[in-house]
Design a protein around this ligand. Sequence first.
Ligand SMILES: *Cc1c(COP(=O)(O)O)cnc(C)c1O
Length: 393
Amino acid sequence: MTREPGFSTRAVHGVSPAMEQETPSVPIFQTSMFRFESSQAYAETAAFERPGSLYTRGYGNPTLDAFEAQMASLERTEAAMSFASGMAALHTVFTALATSGGRAVASTGLYGGTYALFTKVLPRYGITVDLVDASDLDAVAAALPGAAFFHVETISNPTMSVADLAALGALCKDHGVPASVDNTFASPYLVNPAAYGFDYVSHSATKYIGGHHDLIGGVVCTTEAGRTLLRDTVIDTGGTLGPFEAWLCLRGLMTLALRVERHSGNAAALATYLGSHPKVERVWYPGLESHPHHAVADALFEERGFGGMLSVEIAGGVEGGMAFCDALQVAWIATSLGGTHTLVGHAASTTHRQYSPEARRVAGIADGLVRISAGIEDAQDLLADVEQALEKV
Ligand SMILES: *Cc1c(COP(=O)(O)O)cnc(C)c1O
């Protein structure tokens, strides 16, 4: 172009960051599309025959690429694919692996949204999911032949069951069944399930990865081939992460180790205190020797801690559990987990509302059970808070 660009042209064009020096944070490519120098370059990029970004919905964006590369590095997988939410990530894994008429196998201890996806949404498309107790390896082995995939959670709600990933990964390999794990509660800091043969390691990035209660996001860490499968699905279904959320996740990852260590320390302090309190019937925390999966957790997490999630059965049933939550002052009554603030919720009426009373009973969810996501506040303040709340129950 020979003429001097007009004001509006200059206002739109020519914005490119100076990128000659390294910065600790990746630029936010807050853009939906990318310009090509030629139609040939466009065609080759669209066919994934040439590196580059095309369209932020599945076809690449440098901020998303950076987040995915960091996640693959932290989960020790070849690649990763980011999603608009944890549910979008899981939905993409399941629908990429199973087709109409297919049958999958999953653990009975599931996040409520995943449980609803398996029991309400996927059956509408001719996919059935058999739920088995993942701690019963014989039952898992019996269910696996012919399954489209197996899905389990590293640590699952609300009794903080810890899956024996080594044994389950080996079983899936023996049966040639793709293995999927939701590693949200553990975070990549505590364990890397790909080391045990899990092909799809999913996270709700909304939780520990973001870590500050300020975004919704998801990610799946997998092989290059696995990523291509997920990418080809999500390009057409559309649940991709936004560039700003990817940037927040990248920022969160820098402090993940520090935060998870603090979360684990606070959860352990709460579990120990609550475990000896007369108004507490039972504490579920994998770090306590009384937890049925303590040995499994000990082997899996290799002294990096036992995570920030615990549950406590308050005496007095539904009323006791709710009164305890209502009396807390530092901890908030709120959904979600894995962030700065300590959050509590009464399980039967909130996170497990999608479960029938019978399914709740099978999952071991007592009426007075309160789930606690330990935040990063001072342990002494959290202990004083539960002490004063229990006095009021
Ligand atoms: C929150 C959560 C999800 C869903 O993630 P969203 O980001 O809320 O869609 C899935 N699995 C587990 C274990 C979760 O805690």
